[in-house]
Design a protein around this ligand. Structure first.
Ligand code: F6P
Length: 543
């Protein structure tokens, strides 16, 4: 196997790290007034400003060369054309087919998947229209007012995130609730709010074997049956899954089943019938706009030259930050409260995809892979963890995301948000020097010894790399582009690192152990020696 780290492209970047990579962003801006023009792109109604990333033209070109040398072009083609790129599970990866031009043909094992994709979308459309119009009613003949999505991971995070992001586009008369967690609190809170006669449950699970989802769904079914009788289940429960047998066992009636395919990974599935709850909440037209937005990004990934290609640029800048600047985390900071679950959504997308330590062929990776992704809406973050990022010893790369126009009726407030976003990006890049601190404190009339005492505390080192994604407004089309941009960024990085972004074996062990411990928690006296101490407290404190 050829070595990534020994490749001429990687070596060249190593050399550039020692020269260009040591320059402070303050100096890079001072030396080059054209920095914004050279290190920003504006396509698809989205500005990608990466002028505050710690790169120079030679570094950017070096990163593009590395992407080319990794065979990325061929891998992009392979993904879109349905080749088996999820090598460990021997599956095609075709979430892009779910938002593709409906008239195109995409073959998996020689069979065109598009007729099934179209049929599924039609099924969703008919169902959503039926619920909204009142053609489909609950068991007592009442219109549905509440939808409860029961799912976890990829069967929850995208739904929650999009439903929050598109709150302004929600259908009136219907409220979406999402239950994912296994501990019962979410379920209890939701069930105490809704009326059985007007509530529709969507059990969303690709495998239909997930403990959290099935146990919550069973309680919900019992709750409904207790109030409306067992016959009501067929009116009030629908399911999204690939697993017909399990849906049979759960007694989901055939007309209430929405299909999924093995070639759609859970964390890439909000475009499929997993998006049913989204469509029920914001309407099918907005859901289709979301798909259209993603399609625009898909076409861009396939067609744009790498130097203008958003996912390629974003992915490669991420590699620069991770592998050369050795930043092991990425903070995602939207300046729009409606994106308050975006970082949580990206955590699964990025960390479940690129949290890998072996390559496709099973050999240890030669360099670090996926970063830790985290974040909060920017204004809140400024008043909590920004202190550490500005002056602490831990460092991170940052993605600022902001719409120009408010996602509320208060444009003045969004203007303030934007000013804060830009102010923070500048502060992180440029820092605050000893000289600047001294000038400020002098101007405030402080004496020399106080100034000397305060200087080290008021210094900001800066040089913290960030990108800004700016767009006119947060609408379904833009959100579709934004999500697909991050999906493809993750893919680009996985190709360079030589890892499989589409499996997730690492989540299995804990699940397996939990299964064996269910009876132990019920009967602490049966605990194995290693857990006896801890289980003693469970026994003592359980009421
Ligand atoms: O946490 C592991 C995982 O398999 C995720 O990849 C997936 O999105 C989630 O569980 C839920 O799986 P399912 O949709 O099959 O219930």
């Amino acid at each position: 196997m050829s070595s990534l780290l020994q490749s001429p492209e990687w070596q060249k970047l190593n050399a550039l790290m020692l020269s260009d990579g040591t320059q402070h962003l303050r100096d890079l801006f001072a030396e080059n007034p054209q920095r914004f023009e050279q290190f920003s792109r504006c396509e698809m109604d989205m500005l990608f400003d990466f002028s505050r990333q710690r790169v120079t033209q030679p570094i950017l070109q070096g990163l593009i060369k590395l992407a080319e040398a990794s065979g990325l072009k061929a891998q992009i083609k392979a993904m879109f054309s349905g080749e088996v790129i999820n090598t460990t599970e021997r599956r095609a990866v075709l979430h892009t087919a779910l938002r593709a031009d409906p008239n195109c043909k995409i073959l998996v094992n020689g069979q065109d998947v598009m007729p099934a994709v179209r049929a599924n979308l039609d099924h969703m459309k008919t169902f959503v229209e039926g619920v909204h119009s009142g053609r489909l009613l609950g068991a007592t003949g009442q219109k549905f007012t509440d939808v409860v999505n029961i799912g976890i991971g990829g069967s929850d995070l995208g739904i929650v995130m999009v439903n929050e992001a598109l709150a302004r586009y929600r259908q009136s008369g219907i409220t979406l609730h999402c239950v994912s967690n296994i501990d019962g609190s979410q379920l209890s809170d939701v069930l105490s709010k809704v009326n059985a006669a007007t509530t529709l449950f969507v059990v969303c699970s690709k495998t239909f074997t997930t403990l959290e989802t099935l146990s919550n769904a069973k309680i919900a079914r019992q709750w409904l049956t207790d109030q409306l009788g067992a016959e009501a289940v067929s009116h009030h429960f629908v399911a999204v899954s690939t697993n017909d047998k399990a849906m049979d066992a759960f007694k989901i009636s055939p007309e209430n089943r929405f299909t999924m395919w093995e070639w759609v990974g859970g964390r890439y599935s909000l475009w499929s019938s997993v998006g049913l709850s989204i469509a029920l909440s914001v309407g099918m037209t907005h859901f289709e706009e979301l798909l259209r937005g993603a399609r625009i990004m898909d076409e861009h990934l396939q067609q744009a030259p790498f130097e203008n290609n958003y996912p390629v640029l974003m992915g490669m800048l991420g590699i620069w930050n991770r592998n050369f600047l050795e930043l092991d985390s990425l903070a995602v900071l939207p300046y729009d409260q409606r994106l308050h679950r975006f970082a949580a959504y990206l955590q699964q997308l990025d960390m479940e995809s690129n949290g890998k330590r072996v390559t496709h062929s099973g050999e240890s990776v030669e360099c670090d892979t996926g970063a830790v992704v985290w974040g909060e809406p920017g204004s809140n973050a400024q008043h909590s963890f920004f202190q550490l990022l500005h002056q602490g010893t831990a460092r991170a790369a940052l993605d600022f995301i902001a719409p120009v126009n408010a996602s509320s009726e208060y444009q003045g407030q969004q203007n303030l948000a934007l000013a804060n976003c830009l102010g923070q990006a500048q502060a992180f890049a440029l820092g605050y020097t000893e000289q600047e601190v001294e000038q400020e404190l002098n101007a405030r009339g402080m004496d020399e010894s106080t100034i000397a005492r305060l200087i080290p505390h008021k210094l900001h080192p800066g040089n913290c790399p960030s990108s800004i994604l700016l767009f006119p407004k947060l609408d379904p089309l833009t959100l579709g582009k934004l999500i697909a941009l991050y999906e493809h960024k993750v893919f680009v990085q996985s190709v360079v690192w030589g890892i499989n972004a589409f499996d997730q074996w690492g989540v299995e062990l804990g699940k397996k152990l939990a299964d064996t411990l269910v009876p132990v928690v019920e009967k602490p006296e049966t605990a194995p020696a290693a857990l006896q101490g801890l289980m003693g407290y469970v026994k003592r404190w359980r009421q």
